[in-house]
Design a protein around this ligand. Sequence first.
Ligand SMILES: C[S@@+](CC[C@H](N)C(=O)[O-])C[C@H]1O[C@@H](n2cnc3c(N)ncnc32)[C@H](O)[C@@H]1O
Length: 273
Amino acid sequence: MTTLAGLPTVLLNFGGCLDLTKRNTKSCETGSLEDFAISSNMSNLKIKTIPYVNEVTCIDWKDGIKNIPDNVIDLILTDPPYGIRYKSNRRKVKHKSMKNDDGLYWLNDWCRELKRVSKPEAHIYVFCSWHNVDKFKQALAEYFNIKNILVWEKNYHGSGDLFGDYAPQYELIIFCSNGNKKLNGGRSSNVIRAAKMQTDNHPTEKPTNLLKFLIGKSTNKGDLVLDTFAGSFSTARTCKEMGRNFICFEIEPEYCRIAKRLLNDVFELSSLF
Ligand SMILES: C[S@@+](CC[C@H](N)C(=O)[O-])C[C@H]1O[C@@H](n2cnc3c(N)ncnc32)[C@H](O)[C@@H]1O
């Protein structure tokens, strides 16, 4: 199996669903993320003039995004508050309630700003639970082409009504495009299996291999990725690992502190060679 600088390759097209939990699968096509890494279409010079690039930015997205120029973002990959007063009770470390999770009053302003900062050809991935997927889809459709809803199948059932409801084992990712941007490496399944994170960095931390896969499908080295709800900065850490630039906003200082430590631990893989 080909590897990305010594790491196991992300697997593409695993049967009906894409399985990121398996390291060796004979029946699937494989491709290295390096295959996607063709030259950047934005010069480093231009990126250096944009604020917040490759930093831990502890700010409300509404304040941060105002300072981003129009048409500069190649990919938006973000995991907004679900709008359901989410509270995780299963972790050893008790986390605070999520800020701005008591409604989706910010949704339209947010989508308008995402549109403004996106390049004419850009991709957008928005994590979302089933509860409010209709509202997110409707708001995003005002500005972008909704291309698909990906299913992230997790190895985890969550807690809740053990006898009166089905166990939640997936999250949705609304996939949109601005313009007619193509995916790297051709078509892949819209069902992606990836193990949940087992850390206490953030109650809803997203798995690195899932983020790596999406970033690889939708960007090239040197591209600029925006995450307006960064949490533990999992998007930022994955971008750093993959040689992508990032702008990531998080409102909670505690998560920003954790992120600074975690980001310092990440090597950009290409810098090893
Ligand atoms: C679902 S979590 C994201 C978790 C992240 N994907 C990770 O892997 O760690 C949403 C995050 O958005 C943050 N948040 C809420 N309102 C915000 C705002 N107005 N600006 C910036 N961040 C905000 C919350 O503090 C929370 O950490």
